[in-house]
Write a protein that binds this ligand. Structure first.
Ligand code: PGA
Length: 228
């Protein structure tokens, strides 16, 4: 299975999000997905767009899966401003990006908090896409129970490559993928993220289980170029 995961970050609103799906539907009509390749196409929009995009996806028969970009480390309750798994019921959410470097950097999220979020996601049956870079690869693993290793997806996201246009070559990514599989589990799917485009995507799909994409996931045209 190959995962193509689009991280919209704090981009798009309801109108532009729906327009994205409409355009993607048109692009898939003229260039249908290859049926003999097992691929999961996931979009992670901002929380407020989820309900309507999920309905639109079903109406158009697009077969996109949805994820969110963060989650409360607490269950439902008195945690003002937090979004927990229970709040996401019936919105078609299957994945959750956790521990993105932007959250570690700007919101000072710690590996321990992120570990707690992984647990909340797994309890609710959401699949965590846990973002790591080499400096905290082991520190993040230490916050988890080893029984969780095979239940998650890891995204290797080198800081120097995120949003910079300076993607790492697949030759430099390959040994890190191996290291991550050794630290977590050989069964854990590992994605690469950092300035992936339609031109570079296939080199990563050759060496790992998929890609996590920011900038190139924002228009239907550039997103459609990421999968077969
Ligand atoms: P980018 O973002 O593709 O724009 O580099 C990747 C990410 O932040 O996951």
């Amino acid at each position: 299975m190959k995962y193509i995961v689009g991280n919209w970050k704090s981009n798009h609103n309801l109108a532009t999000g729906v327009e994205f799906l409409t355009q993607l539907h048109e692009l898939e009509a003229s260039q249908p997905r290859l049926k003999d390749i097992e691929q999961e196409i996931v979009i992670c929009p901002p929380f407020p767009l989820l309900g309507q995009l999920n309905e639109e996806n079903n109406r158009l028969g697009l077969d996109l899966k949805f994820g969110v970009q963060n989650l409360s480390s607490y269950p439902a309750g008195a945690y003002t401003g937090e979004v927990c798994t229970q709040n996401l019921a019936d919105l078609g959410v299957q994945y959750v990006i956790l521990g993105h470097s932007e959250r570690r950097r700007y919101l000072e999220e710690t590996s321990v908090q992120i570990g707690a979020k992984v647990t909340q996601a797994l309890i609710a049956g959401l699949k965590p896409i846990l973002c790591v870079d080499e400096p905290y690869l082991q520190e993040q693993a230490d916050t988890l129970d080893s029984s969780q290793f095979e239940q998650i997806i890891i995204a290797f996201e080198p800081l120097s490559a995120i949003g910079t246009g300076q993607s790492l070559s697949s030759e430099s990514v390959a040994p890190v993928i191996e290291k991550i599989k050794k630290t977590y589990s050989a069964q854990t799917p590992v994605l690469y993220g950092g300035s992936v485009t339609g031109e570079t995507v296939s080199s990563y799909l050759d060496i790992c289980d998929g890609v996590l994409v920011g900038g190139a996931s924002l228009t239907a045209t550039s997103f459609r170029q990421l999968y077969m």
